[in-house]
Design a protein around this ligand. Structure first.
Ligand code: AMP
Length: 282
């Protein structure tokens, strides 16, 4: 396959898209912040099966980071990313500057309720989804792809985007792809690079504790008992827990009672300076 071309501005992206549209070629979009790993590459490979052309955006979006978060130290590796993308058939990498995405005088944001206010990530990152939704809306409207691909790794984000695309009638199919993991269960994340070797050894406890709790719930144990045991295990392993919750997979609303289908368990916890998130089907 040929090396994807880097398109650094909205204007050059638009010219490329016009050529593909004139040739009646289908287009898929995979939005990312770069520092690509196999999870991202799986999304791109799935996108290439769905559409003739694949645009991968790489943009570390400043508006989805709070001032105290890791925007400035977020890993950036454009050259290595482009090389990885060649092997999965990406056609172009859209890599705009912040001034192209947010020119002087930019004044519009997407305001969210529903899954964006479920009391999960939003509780700990109150401005995050507004930044995500606004940049994703911009990317979807710029590219107007036939389909756009997002990872289930960011499960609440996927719900927020589905809600937004439905509510705003953005004509694109949103496709969610399963979380890619290390052999020990740790969900791949660009932020795993922050972990010290000691933290990396502890990190799989997050997924293991959730899987154990899910099995206990499927066996008929109460939600509370299973979740409390998992919370205790996660905390005693050295994490500071933001949340571990069981929710309705479609609405992210809280659930009570006993096991049924359509449940999702979601977690966020901090290990040293690194914040990890994960979720599984129950
Ligand atoms: P990011 O660059 O981390 O914001 O992620 C870009 C896209 O890749 C998002 O749709 C993420 O949900 C998705 N993604 C990140 N990590 C994984 C993973 N381990 N498996 C599948 N998709 C992922």
């Amino acid at each position: 396959m040929t090396k994807p071309v880097i398109l650094p501005t909205t204007a050059v992206l638009r010219s490329q898209l016009r050529v593909w549209r004139d040739a009646r070629e289908s287009v898929a979009l995979v939005p990312t912040m770069g520092a690509l790993h196999s999870g991202h590459l799986a999304l791109v490979a799935a996108a290439k099966k769905r559409a003739r052309r694949v645009v991968v955006s790489i943009f570390v979006n400043p508006t989805q980071f709070a001032p105290h978060e890791d925007f400035s130290k977020y890993p950036r590796s454009l050259e290595a990313d482009v090389e990885k993308l060649e092997s999965v058939g990406a056609d172009v990498v859209f890599h705009p500057g912040a001034d192209d995405m947010y020119p002087e005088g930019f004044a519009t944001t997407i305001s969210l309720k529903g899954p964006a206010t479920a009391g999960l990530e939003d509780k700990f990152r109150p401005t995050h989804f507004q930044g995500v939704a606004t940049v994703v809306a911009k990317l979807l409207l710029m590219v107007l792809p036939d389909a756009a691909f997002f990872g289930e790794k960011d499960f609440q984000q996927l719900a927020v985007i589905r809600q937004m695309v439905g509510d705003l009638n953005i004509p694109v199919e949103i496709i969610g792809a399963p979380t890619v993991r290390e052999d020990d269960g740790l969900a791949l994340s660009s932020r795993n690079a922050y972990l010290t070797p000691e933290e990396r050894a502890i990190a799989p406890t997050l997924n293991a504790s959730m899987r154990k709790a899910a099995a206990r719930i499927r066996d008929g144990e109460s939600f509370d008992a299973a979740l409390t045991a998992a919370r205790n295990k996660i905390t005693s392993s050295g994490f500071e827990l933001d949340y571990l919750e069981l929710r309705d997979a479609a609405t992210l609303a809280p659930v009570t009672g006993r096991y049924r289908t359509g449940l999702r368990m979601l977690v966020a916890a901090r290990l040293g300076r690194t914040r990890l998130i994960d979720n599984i089907e129950v």
